[in-house]
Design a protein around this ligand. Sequence first.
Ligand code: NAD
Ligand code: UD1
Length: 330
Amino acid sequence: MNILVTGGAGFIGSHTCVTLLNAGYNVIIADNLCNSKKDTIDKIKVITNKDVIFYQVDINQEKEVDEIFNNHIIDGVIHFAGFKAVGESVKKPLDYYYNNVLSTISIIKLCEKYGVDRFVFSSSATVYGNNAVPFKEDMELLSTTNPYGETKVISERILKDTSTANQNFSVAILRYFNPVGAHESGLIGESPNGVPNNLMPYITQVAKRNLQVLKVFGNDYSTSDGTGVRDYIHVLDLAEGHVAAFENLKKGVHIYNLGTGKGTSVLELVEAFERVNNIKIPLEIVDRRPGDIDSCYADTSKVKSELGWNAKRDISSMCRDSWRFETNNE
Ligand code: NAD
Ligand code: UD1
């Protein structure tokens, strides 16, 4: 089976390609490399010892992407391509709506044109907004606080409407919680440009002494130790969740949370990182970051019962693998 993976050179896409190749799928990657590097494609080949077809293309360039569908029999699409930085989306909303929403429309149109009716979409737990934890797939989506989140809400809606109009369209919408970790080879992982916004990449930069101190954004939340609680999930568990979702696609739109169901506070994550890697992380408590919520973790009962998937890797593996990737990629 040939799977077209948009954004397959990125953090989650590259790990999913590895898992797909190891499960026996052929992978065609379409990525414009706006937030990734070409050598990731070679690393995917090294890890799996399998070949990958790569097109450097912008998903919004419909004619160029049309050629991919023309050149190959595509059995399904996993659509990762998109921008993902919340803060940047507030400053550049049009870039986010253009890239994230239009790319989703373009790729669905090509699926319709070529009769490709299996589709997996990268959504985010950010769509739950200020709902009460644990987040369940059938919760009403209260307003998201940023344009990035809104692009995911709109894309989900577009997929639902498309599947209502085309009864053969089978869609899995996967709402990711907080992906961290890296492949155990240390070859692929997350390498954000500039100063990281997210917690784990910030911790690894402090561990490397590229940054001096971790700023903990608030210790007055209503959580066990006052710091924000999140559902960190190892990127390889997430990758396996995509294969499970693809293999269990059913007609219509089906939404699944990909998280562990367990919340970990900022201080607990720092403590685990220090223990596993034997490195001290200096920290200071500062004001809350605007837009942050107390707690965010998944109800995983639906994904367990319908896809038979659950996350296997613990916080220690996440900390070890994140750090291994960081030290391997000086
Ligand atoms: P990433 O930036 O590492 O990967 C995205 C990839 O898409 C990159 O390789 C980039 O070059 C490519 N891309 C972007 N726009 C493109 C376009 N128009 N045409 C072709 N390629 C394009 O991000 P990631 O962390 O791997 O995230 C993948 C998906 O998962 C995104 O849709 C993101 O919104 C979603 N998501 C990520 C997280 C997270 O914390 N990482 C959480 C929830 C959802
Ligand atoms: C971010 C995104 C969210 C996305 C999620 C998964 C924002 C506002 N939201 O959420 O849309 O779905 O990532 O990738 O960016 N923290 C610190 N110091 C830091 C960095 C973070 O204390 O330097 C704290 C935060 O306050 C939070 C926790 O660490 O409590 C996790 O933060 P982060 O990694 O940015 O993820 P989210 O806030 O969950």
